[in-house]
Design a protein around this ligand. Structure first.
Ligand SMILES: NC(=O)c1ccc[n+]([C@@H]2O[C@H](COP(=O)([O-])OP(=O)(O)OC[C@H]3O[C@@H](n4cnc5c(N)ncnc54)[C@H](OP(=O)(O)O)[C@@H]3O)[C@@H](O)[C@H]2O)c1
Length: 243
């Protein structure tokens, strides 16, 4: 049977490329996007490549959108095999430096609303549908910015980059990954966090060395894990990262 995947923030960047790579594996992919026009354009481009992609309007910080997505998937497909929580924002004023003493509460709250609360709310809503799959896979697109290990290690390339709101939201997402994997450890569902690396996108900037094609690979590999694959891990290109 054809598998069904949902990728949030699929209209551009790593999310768009993730949709493309999953659909290239003969998986039917729902391309979630908060902007209808951009979502439909992305769907059109990928359908033009003969890929089985369907846009769904999904702002992950909007509870009604989440409810609508759940109802649609339940009615049309009855289950969900792969959920890729990719959508996120970077709202800190800069990547460099440490803004923990001054980051506005609004920046912190707006970042958490999407990167953390929206992701958790969507995942909780869709979990009953993932449980109906015989091999459910949940992939949280995190970041090495969320790693305590990297931020504590003065020799790590990330040590000088401490945008607090974004980093803390990814740390919270990592904890969600660990707790959810633990809660589901007796099921067929695997829950893992992926770091895409530093990728050329709106969030990653033009300075980044990796293409979206390279950046999507870790999340796609975790989405395609077989039944012997790990759960509750944090990795980039197969290399385990410190939490
Ligand atoms: N690029 C990097 O170097 C890098 C490194 C580590 C981790 N990441 C992670 O990779 C993921 C993808 O980011 P990217 O680099 O591809 O950046 P991007 O091009 O800015 O893509 C972010 C995506 O998230 C969507 N989004 C934001 N808020 C949303 C919401 N409330 N509901 C639904 N979609 C929403 C955006 O939609 P709009 O177009 O409507 O804004 C866009 O589609 C993120 O989780 C990011 O934290 C990226």
């Amino acid at each position: 049977m054809t598998k069904l995947a949902l990728v949030t923030g699929g209209n551009k960047g790593i999310g768009f490329e993730t949709v493309r790579q999953l659909a290239g594996q003969h998986i039917k992919v729902l391309l979630g996007a908060r902007n209808e026009e951009e979502g439909k354009n992305a769907e059109k481009v990928l359908r033009g490549e003969s890929l089985d992609v369907t846009f769904i309007k999904l702002d992950i910080s909007n509870s009604q959108d989440i409810e609508n997505a759940k109802t649609y998937i339940e009615n049309e497909f009855g289950q969900l095999d792969i959920l890729i929580n990719n959508a996120a924002v970077f709202l800190d004023s800069a990547w460099f430096g440490n803004n923990v003493e001054s980051v506005p509460m609004k920046t912190l709250r707006d970042t958490f609303d999407i990167n953390y609360f929206g992701t958790v709310e969507l995942t909780q809503a869709l979990l009953p549908l993932v449980k109906k799959s015989d091999a459910g896979r949940i992939v949280n697109i995190s970041s090495v910015s969320g790693s305590f290990g990297a931020h504590l290690d003065e020799s790590h390339w990330l040590y000088q980059l401490k945008p607090y709101a974004y980093s803390a939201s990814k740390t919270a997402l990592n904890q969600f990954t660990v707790f959810l994997a633990n809660a589901l450890k007796e099921t067929n569902i695997k829950v893992n966090a992926a770091s895409p690396g530093w990728v050329k996108t709106s969030i990653g900037s033009d300075q980044a060395p990796l293409t979206t094609e390279e950046g999507a690979k870790t999340g796609v590999a975790l989405a395609l894990l077989d039944n012997n694959g790990p759960t509750g891990t944090f990795s980039q290109s197969g290399e385990v990262l410190p939490w």
